[in-house]
Ligand binder design. Structure first.
Ligand code: ATR
Length: 275
């Protein structure tokens, strides 16, 4: 029988994970079945118990279950522990191992696919929710000269920075204060949920001056207000999160199956032109 995997979320109809993992399996000749599960909002654990009883080997987790998956795991990787959330589970006997590949997927997309170095550069991250939290440690591991975390609710950014104290040059700012910063940024990443509602974080326009890359974590939204503003300020490279999505999936696939599929062609196929 083929090995079974799935993505669980609610809603789940929009998920591209079955397509991505199905493509990876074909590319690498792996015998597996990958499905989409709409998890009950108050019954994540029971539904995953059932999937494991059915012989599942692993599971991807999307909104709103990443914290449930964190609690469900009986072992956590450092990145899952630091992110406070799990986006991938592996089942090995009684072991339920939790991982989080979102941040590393984002870093790979920026540094490998887009060819933008983070080491020694100035990086600005917008947002202090789950998406930002998951990216902080992988970003700091790239050794930027400075990582500035900006959030509308300053206290949330301050709390995050306290958690990651000692991991690297992490600085907190409010949006208004960004206008006063003397130096510009090389990489600006929007990890807020603003674009999901067509909103723009209250960024002073000058933060984009001299930037090499503006990266929108949301994907498939076209030219969001954030990317529009970056383009208006002359940022050369604009990207949305489709590369991150495929890269985190490739990390999960490699963790489960022991071999890493190539990603470039799939990213190209899934990319919605930013216009
Ligand atoms: P996620 O898991 O996607 O990160 P979240 O945990 O709800 O979602 O966090 C959403 C983030 O987007 C927060 O940092 C939020 O800012 P606040 O903490 O101040 O609420 C940010 N956000 C959402 N809409 C925004 C907007 N219009 N402008 C600026 N920040 C916004």
């Amino acid at each position: 029988m083929s090995d079974r995997y799935a993505v669980i979320g609610n809603p789940i109809g929009f998920s591209k994970s079955p397509l991505i993992h199905g493509t990876f399996a074909n590319m690498t000749g792996q015998d597996l079945v990958y499905e989409a599960i709409e998890g009950p909002l108050n019954g994540f654990g029971e539904r995953v118990d059932q999937f494991r009883t059915d012989g599942a080997k692993g599971l991807n987790i999307t909104a709103p279950f990443k914290l449930d998956a964190f609690d469900y795991a009986n072992e956590l990787s450092e990145s899952a522990e630091r992110a406070g959330a799990v986006n991938c589970l592996k089942f090995v006997g009684d072991r339920i191992i939790g991982e989080n590949f979102d941040g590393i997927g984002l870093v790979r997309d920026i540094t490998v696919n887009l060819g933008v170095k983070m080491a020694g550069r100035r990086v600005l991250m917008l947002g202090a929710g789950g998406a930002a939290r998951g990216a902080l440690l992988p970003f700091l591991r790239q050794e930027p000269s400075e990582l500035v975390l900006v959030n509308r609710t300053l206290s949330k950014a301050v709390a995050l920075a306290e958690e990651f104290a000692g991991c690297g040059p992490l600085i907190v700012s409010g949006y208004a204060e960004l206008a006063d910063l003397a130096e510009g940024y090389d990489v600006v990443v929007n990890a807020t949920s603003a674009s999901l509602r067509g909103e723009m974080p209250p960024l002073p326009g000058n933060v984009f001056r001299g930037a090499e890359l503006a990266y929108e974590l949301a994907y498939g939204k076209g030219l969001t207000p954030f990317l529009q503003a970056a383009r208006g300020e002359g940022v050369a490279k604009l990207a949305d999160g489709v590369g991150m999505l495929v890269e985190q999936a490739a990390e999960a696939f490699a963790w489960w199956r022991g071999l890493r599929p190539s990603t470039a062609q799939l990213i190209a196929e899934l990319t919605v032109p930013l216009s």
